[in-house]
Design a protein around this ligand. Structure first.
Ligand SMILES: [Zn+2]
Ligand SMILES: [Zn+2]
Length: 262
């Protein structure tokens, strides 16, 4: 039987093996921290990589390891430093923990912190696939309970919104999204909503390209049976204004170099 000090955690115990085990419940150890009860988690593409292959590039899982970095939670306890969080508040979490002291943090770039620790990332910090989690209060963002189900999409969608922020506006621009996975499709959707002039999406999976049509792509291309560069150049002889690389493939970066306006 589980005692008050224990909780369940979903632990990757090997490639393709996820086990629910009992572990010690975390406790608040600094005034800035809050204890959260995890209500919902999202499963990211990266979680699937760790589950199926035990790694992403040089990020190798040292088993056993708790994955997960997308979560909606309820605040159970708050540290002595009273902020605006109260027990019972619903929050979405920011899974990137920064040090607050390095040159990057001091320059307002906490996402490139020299000591960044990302939840559920091998060698950095255990993930949120567990009943309880302690986080700095600054990593918690209040949401309404009624929106708590949708809240699980905040972390991934924030990435797509930030990509658009970096692009500095797509209105009346020609845009290509290379990679039509969940994030690529959100990036494409935002491009259409923000009034881009032309929208192309590429992916090697046809089902994703159908999704791209649904979010308003003018042109879709599968590099397995189409020549992406030739086709895009024939539609846009003067190339395109903005390219979002959303698949992490060298092949796509090489295409982007050719397809982007000088
Ligand atoms: Zn993710
Ligand atoms: Zn830092």
């Amino acid at each position: 039987m589980r005692t008050m000090n224990e909780m369940r955690a979903g632990v990757l115990s090997g490639v393709g093996r996820l086990e629910i085990i009992e572990v010690t419940r975390p406790q608040i150890s600094s005034p800035q921290e809050v204890l959260l009860r995890i209500e919902t988690i999202g499963i990211c593409g990266s979680d699937l990589h760790y589950f199926r292959t035990g790694r992403i590039g040089d990020q190798v899982v040292d088993f056993p390891f708790i994955i997960g970095h997308e979560a909606v939670a309820v605040v159970k306890e708050v540290g002595s430093n009273k902020g605006d969080l109260r027990p019972g508040d619903w929050v979405v979490i920011d899974p990137a923990l920064s040090c607050g002291r390095c040159d990057q943090c001091r320059a307002g770039r906490s996402h490139t912190c020299r000591q960044l620790r990302f939840l559920g990332c091998p060698g950095q910090r255990a993930g949120c696939l567990q009943d309880y989690l302690v986080l700095p209060r600054n990593n918690c963002f209040k949401i309404n309970e009624e929106e708590s189900t949708l809240g699980i999409l905040v972390e991934p969608i924030a990435i797509a919104i930030y990509a658009h922020h970096l692009a500095e506006g797509v209105r009346n621009k020609k845009v290509i999204v290379l990679g039509g996975g969940p994030l690529g499709l959100v990036v494409a959707y935002i491009s259409r909503q923000k009034g881009c002039q032309w929208l192309g999406v590429t992916d090697k999976v046809d089902a994703r390209l159908e999704g791209a049509r649904k979010v308003g792509a003018d042109w879709i291309g599968n590099p397995l049976d189409q020549n992406i560069i030739k086709e895009v150049e024939s539609i846009n002889p003067e190339q395109v204004d903005i390219i979002f690389e959303c698949c992490g493939q060298q092949e796509a970066l090489d295409q982007a170099e050719i397809l982007l306006k000088p």
